[in-house]
Write a protein that binds this ligand. Sequence first.
Ligand SMILES: *[C@@H]1O[C@H](CO)[C@@H](O)[C@H](O)[C@H]1NC(C)=O
Ligand SMILES: *[C@@H]1O[C@H](CO)[C@@H](O)[C@H](O)[C@H]1NC(C)=O
Length: 144
Amino acid sequence: MGLGWQVVRGGLIGLGLPLGITSWPGSYCDTENGCCYPTTGKPAANFGIHGLWPNFNNGSYPSDCDPNNHYNEAEISDLISCMQKEWPSLSCPSCNGSTFWAHEWNKHGTCSESVLDQHAYFESALNLKADIVLLQILENAGIS
Ligand SMILES: *[C@@H]1O[C@H](CO)[C@@H](O)[C@H](O)[C@H]1NC(C)=O
Ligand SMILES: *[C@@H]1O[C@H](CO)[C@@H](O)[C@H](O)[C@H]1NC(C)=O
């Protein structure tokens, strides 16, 4: 999503960390086969986060950077209810998201662990989404 990219690039200058973010529309599974809404309910209407990952300048990205830094849901328990709405897993069979978030952390999150710990990684993605939503509202209203 091009719009997301601009916010991401601008918003992350402070972090000094180039990050990519991908998303899908909240109604994705209404029209696509092979996807299932989570057991915890249909995601937010606007769009859901798919992933957040650090990029190299050449466009490729590192992955699975630290096999010893395991996903630990206890560290992000305060974010879970928000993530269920904003960062749902659309894989089948329906699940509660834990497997998906663990995958995202292990593959991508560990590559920014020097800057973002587990809580900060998930919280940053949620904050970025909020920024993108705000920007879309302003754009739709003709203010940008
Ligand atoms: C991109 O840059 C990274 C880090 O410098 C390097 O490890 C990787 O091989 C590069 N990838 C390509 C496709 O050039
Ligand atoms: C999701 O289900 C798994 C396996 O039953 C459980 O360990 C995990 O705590 C659950 N996560 C949430 C967010 O409910």
